[in-house]
Design a protein around this ligand. Structure first.
Ligand code: ATP
Ligand code: MG
Length: 647
């Protein structure tokens, strides 16, 4: 395929980080890391400025990661109080309800008031510094208040996505021995109620240690109530003071626990700490999105995912930005909802996931083009490799070719962006996550763990050679799992679990999870590449590719394909698609099997769960493993029914 390179638009000529500055800062971040990070730490207000900057070892038997160790700070103070002298009247949060008629704005002064009261309510129900508080919330401002209130008093929040079942919720409450739950009567998505409080009650049957539940009245629905255990937020708010002094915390005190999406197995309780995480959240939000004072920043993730933590709440608020929080789904009440929101709130930056982009692309161009998008200046992507086809649509149709796209590669474990273009510094290649963030040292290893040369085009497993402040510190309650998962595959390196290639120009391309790489007749093929070729075909809406044992080739290529709405597959379609992939990538990539399917198994955060597709392709229906984090477990049965025995 011929390579497209998209230049830096004039509108980013005065960006904070241009090419020269990126090169200087990157070099300094690697050559004089402690001096670099001592300076970056100044972006926060500290009660006690750190003098010990880093103390890190990735050695398996002496693993430790400490940043800004002797510093003291408070996260809510940094996200709210310190902005008050200059930004008291500035909008901190714009809330857009599921129902387009409902929306309101919260200024920094109002946020301060809400969070202080909320913090006092938490104290009143018995929450103390160091306690774990589980938040099971809809996308309403109170979710942010609750998170910030925890940080104000030094409690550790664990946000569980509001779409999870009572079982999944109970498992996560018990895993971190949380005695407090914050929830709402109901959530609303696409005009349908989500019974959050009722789910909490069910979950608590299996989580007997929970002492108190704080409930927000959102829809006003009737909900079950346990006297003495359950408290209404609006009742307690009347009883508490509006003043709450922030608790000074040590930089390495735990800030939050967050369970990973579970694409590859049992979710891990990722623990992030206070100082390093907030420096990372603030720095990456500022540089990646070239943050400007009058931006309206819209990250479409749910606060139940790390993207929502870092880029709805902590990064933007630490920087005094205006962050938009949307309650509903992208296509309700119509396929143009997202673009309606952009026009209504004059959004400058959208940050979303490839799965959402592909779904919106399916709706065609008209829902986009009929709305005014002149406020947009930057677009972002996160969560999966973005297919060049979806990239181009996002760039050309959504962004009118004016707006750069930052394709940000990172993980729950990394706290924030690790590899991403900076819009004022880098020309873009569609599908490439481009260059490392300051302080990040990506490298490639072969399967034996040998480092590949750091020059020229290379492909292998992606590792990180040193630490960065936003790195997770442990798996909560299971440090051994932390050591095993990330530091045991290769010595003295953090193993990401992802494969990547670096091209001759030094651009990084994430090829997908290492488990997903195929070996067909001795050729290593990334599933992402084959999927992108399929999605590039006009008949195809979405595709997932896995390997299965093949007598001759070692592995065969099994493709699950969803056609664009309204199309019925024929034998002809199958032939056409096989020929198309062959043409695009080469004969070695020709699919062996194509199974047409109206849906694919996805995690609640919208990622395709290939491990399940692999088991189905192999015919091992009884070995699907944990499917509790699937958005719609029903698709699994359809897929098993449609399984084609390979020929
Ligand atoms: P689990 O670790 O429980 O299996 P998960 O890996 O899906 O779940 P996340 O931390 O939400 O949990 O996702 C991180 C992963 O998402 C990365 O390791 C990578 O595979 C993928 N990813 C994220 N952003 C990008 C991107 N821009 N390009 C390619 N892949 C990405
Ligand atoms: Mg992962």
């Amino acid at each position: 395929m011929s390579e497209t390179v998209i230049g830096i638009p004039q509108s980013f000529a005065d960006a904070k980080i241009n090419a020269e500055r990126y090169a200087d800062m990157y070099a300094r971040s690697i050559n004089e890391p402690d001096a670099f990070w001592a300076d970056e730490a100044k972006r926060l207000d500290w009660y006690k400025e750190p003098t010990k900057i880093s103390d890190v070892s990735f050695a398996k038997d002496d693993l430790h990661i400490r940043w800004f160790e002797d510093g003291e700070l408070n996260v809510s103070y940094n996200c709210i109080d310190r902005h008050l002298p200059e930004r008291a009247g500035k909008v901190a949060l714009i809330w857009e309800g599921d129902n387009p008629a409902f929306h309101h704005s919260i200024t920094y002064a109002q946020l301060h008031n809400h969070v202080c009261r909320f913090a006092n309510e938490l104290k009143k129900i018995g929450v103390k510094k160091g306690d774990r508080v589980t938040l099971y919330m809809p996308m309403i401002p109170e979710a942010a208040y609750a998170m910030l209130a925890c940080t104000r008093i030094g409690a550790v929040h664990s946000v569980v996505f509001g779409g999870f079942s009572p079982d999944a919720l109970a498992g996560r409450i018990n895993d971190c021995q949380s005695e407090f739950v914050v929830t709402a009567d109901q959530g609303v998505r696409g005009n349908k109620g989500v019974p959050l409080k009722a789910n909490v009650d069910k979950a608590l049957e299996q989580a007997p240690d929970v002492k108190a539940v704080l409930c927000i009245r959102h829809t006003g629905a009737q909900v079950p109530w346990v006297e003495g255990r359950d408290f209404w937020h609006h009742d307690l708010a009347l009883e508490v003071d509006a003043k709450c002094e922030p608790e000074p915390m040590k930089a390495e005190d735990p800030l939050f626990i967050l369970y990973t999406s579970g694409s590859t197995g049992k979710p891990k309780g990722v623990l992030h700490t206070t100082g390093g995480y907030l420096v990372w959240a603030s720095m990456t939000h500022e540089y990646t999105f070239d943050h400007r004072e009058d931006d309206v920043f819209w990250c479409t993730a749910d606060v139940g995912w790390v993207t929502g933590h870092t880029y709805i709440v902590y990064g933007p608020l630490a920087n005094g930005a205006t962050s938009l929080m949307y309650e509903g789904v992208p296509t309700w009440p119509g396929p143009d909802r997202c673009w309606r929101i952009v026009a209504k709130h004059k959004v400058t930056t959208i940050y979303t996931a490839p799965t959402a982009i592909r779904a919106l692309m399916r709706e065609g161009d008209e829902p986009v083009s009929k709305h005014d998008r002149s406020s947009l200046r930057l677009l972002g992507s996160v969560g999966e490799p973005i297919n060049p086809e979806a990239w181009r649509w996002y760039h050309e149709v959504v962004g009118d070719k004016r707006c750069p796209i930052v394709d940000t590669w990172w993980q729950t474990e990394t706290g924030g962006h690790l590899i991403t273009p900076l819009p004022g510094a880098h020309e873009l290649k569609p599908g490439s996550a481009s260059f490392p963030m300051f302080g990040v040292q990506p490298a490639l290893v072969d399967t034996e763990g040998n480092l590949l040369p750091d020059e020229g085009a290379q492909e292998g497993n992606l590792v990180l050679l040193g630490s960065w402040p936003g790195q997770m510190r442990t798996v909560y309650g299971d440090h051994q799992r932390f050591v095993e998962t990330y530091f045991s595959t290769y010595e003295n390196m953090y193993f990401t679990g992802d494969g990547a290639r670096r091209d001759a120009d030094g651009y990084w391309w994430i090829t997908g999870r290492v488990d997903d790489v195929l070996n067909v007749s001795g050729h290593r093929l990334g599933t992402a590449e084959i999927e992108s070729a399929l999605v590039a075909h006009e008949l195809v809406a979405e595709a997932a590719v896995v390997g299965y044992p093949h007598d001759l080739k070692g592995q065969g290529i099994y493709c699950y394909v969803t056609l664009v709405a309204g199309l019925e597959p024929t034998e002809e379609t199958e032939k056409t698609l096989k020929a198309h992939v062959r043409q695009e990538i080469g004969p070695v990539a020709t699919p062996d099997v194509i199974q047409f399917s109206p849906g694919l198994p996805k995690t609640r955060s919208g990622k395709i769960m290939r491990r399940i597709l692999r088991k189905i392709a192999e015919g091992e229906y009884d070995k699907l493993g944990d499917i509790s984090t699937l958005a719609d477990p029903g698709v699994v049965e359809d897929l098993i029914e449609g399984h084609k025995i390979s020929t």
